[in-house]
Write a protein that binds this ligand. Structure first.
Ligand code: UD1
Ligand code: CA
Length: 448
């Protein structure tokens, strides 16, 4: 189906006083990414022609964060927060030349699903508002219906008792043709209890012009907004539940889902297993059939099919594990490619390195990658065997099928097929241990 082009305006100018924080509200992390990234993800899923984020409080900080969140979104700065209608109008220059529908989303309302917005775009009405049945309507705007159609939205502060008794509430999300929306907004005034320019007023204005308005209803949970620090904590619980459910339904095995912590962009393939107590920071992809064992922490890494990680492993940014790699307990991997079938099973640090196919890295191996100023690479070939407690002082290369003796400090390249021994020779002194112990015991007895 060919759809009209759409543009998304995301309001994010508010300070969020009740967050009790200097950080702009929309930059507080949810699913380990700025809250704003969730609304942007909803927007991007709709394949819009433009995304405009209206900034205000902390505009520069928000704009800088947005560059990492979306390459296409632009900002429009609202110098003074005069109300939601004024905020949308602030986006007008950024919408110049755009023809199509505009959808207004909110940086502090992270759970609106793209499918819900699609339903709004399909009502055929001139103005469509997303509503929900509120458990506690409180200070939400009320949707006043007239038969099938939406007649007007009344803010709680301006409502009569009768209007306040209505439980169908405004989520804030609105969709309308772009040119029409700007035209309606231009006529909104601030003669109301808050002396603000209300976006919600466009419904009554449209109706007075003989245009149609409709409400689309979604579950209240989807409209959950973050206004305070405790709302944010609640939203995190909701996010984690939603994300885990989505993964489990897609075939990820999670025996104790409530103990697994995910990021907004975590991807885990079908039939992968995530054991209890695993944390995913941003940027993780785990392919089908891999197993992430308990108490592991993963960030910015890729785990291929059939690999196992942990328990108690740490994969840091740039860890790239090929098929059937084993990363065992107390192993840290950073910026390193581990080739198929290689094993790093115990107590190791592999950083700025490459490890060849089927190579075995012994317990306690460390790549000494940092000299205090520069980072250096360690390159280990295929089918090599790195003895336990080897220090690999980078830059250094170990060839295919080479071997390093346990406890070696490798400072020079090891040729393919070669054996490197780089440690002090063992010297045995017969009887010396007993003599030494006898002397120490005598010393202790003399002191008592
Ligand atoms: C708004 C709606 C209300 C709805 C509620 C849902 C209006 C007039 N009212 O009320 O009907 O039930 O949301 O949560 O729209 N913002 C700006 N610039 C401004 C003003 C606001 O960017 O000048 C942003 C805020 O940062 C916030 C959002 O718009 O993210 C909503 O503004 P807020 O003042 O919180 O509106 P509500 O009173 O919650
Ligand atoms: Ca609000």
């Amino acid at each position: 189906m060919v759809q009209d082009p759409i543009a998304i305006v995301i309001l994010a100018a508010g300070k969020g006083t009740r967050m009790e924080s200097d950080l702009p509200k929309v930059l507080h992390p949810l699913g380990q990414v700025p809250m704003l990234a969730h609304a942007v993800a909803t927007a991007e899923a709709l394949d819009p022609a433009r995304i405009v984020v209206v900034t205000g409080y902390g505009a520069d900080t928000v704009a800088a964060a947005l560059e990492d969140i979306s390459p296409v979104a632009v900002t429009a700065e609202q110098a003074e927060q005069l109300g939601t209608a004024h905020a949308v109008l602030t986006a007008a220059p950024a919408l110049d030349g755009f023809a199509g529908k505009v959808v207004v989303l909110y940086g502090d309302t992270p759970f609106i699903r793209p499918e819900t917005v699609e339903r709004m775009l399909a009502t055929g009405a001139d103005v469509t508002v997303l509503g929900f049945e509120a458990d506690d309507p409180g200070r939400y705007g009320r949707l006043i219906l007239q038969g099938e159609l939406l007649d007007r939205i009344v803010e709680a502060r301006d409502a009569t008792d009768e209007e306040r008794a209505v439980t169908l509430c405004n989520s804030g999300v609105i969709a309308a043709d772009g040119a029409l929306l700007l035209d309606l907004l231009a006529t909104v005034d601030n003669r109301n209890a808050a002396e603000e320019y209300y976006l919600t007023d466009i419904v009554a204005i449209a109706r007075q012009r003989g245009l149609t308005a409709r409400a689309v209803i979604c579950p209240e949970a989807e409209t959950l907004g973050v206004n305070s620090a405790s709302d944010l904590a609640r939203a995190e619980t909701v996010f984690q539940d939603l994300k885990r459910t989505e993964m489990i339904e897609a075939g990820v095995r999670m025996p104790a889902p409530e103990t697994v912590h995910l990021a907004q962009d975590t991807f885990i393939g079908r039939d992968a297993v995530v054991e209890p107590y695993v944390v995913f920071a941003p940027g993780v992809t785990v392919e089908s059939g891999a197993r992430i064992r308990s108490f592991s922490h993963l960030e910015g890494c890729h785990v291929s099919a059939g690999a196992t990680v942990g328990p108690y492993a740490r994969l840091r940014p740039g860890a790239e594990l090929a098929e059937y790699v084993h990363i065992g307990n107390f192993v840290e991997v950073k910026n390193a490619e581990i080739a198929p079938g290689a094993k790093v099973n115990h107590l190791s640090y592999i950083g700025d390195a490459s490890v060849g196919e089927a190579t075995n890295i012994g317990a306690g191996t460390i790549t000494c990658n940092y000299d205090g100023v520069f980072k250096h690479r360690t390159e280990i070939g295929a089918r090599a065997f790195i003895g336990s407690n080897t220090m690999l002082v980078a830059p250094v290369k170990v060839g295919d099928e080479a071997l390093t003796a346990s406890g070696s400090v490798i400072t020079e390249d090891v040729p393919a097929g070669g054996l490197a021994v780089a440690r002090g020779r063992q010297v045995n002194k017969p009887g010396l241990a007993r003599k030494l112990m006898a002397r120490l015991r005598a010393l202790k007895a003399g002191k008592a």
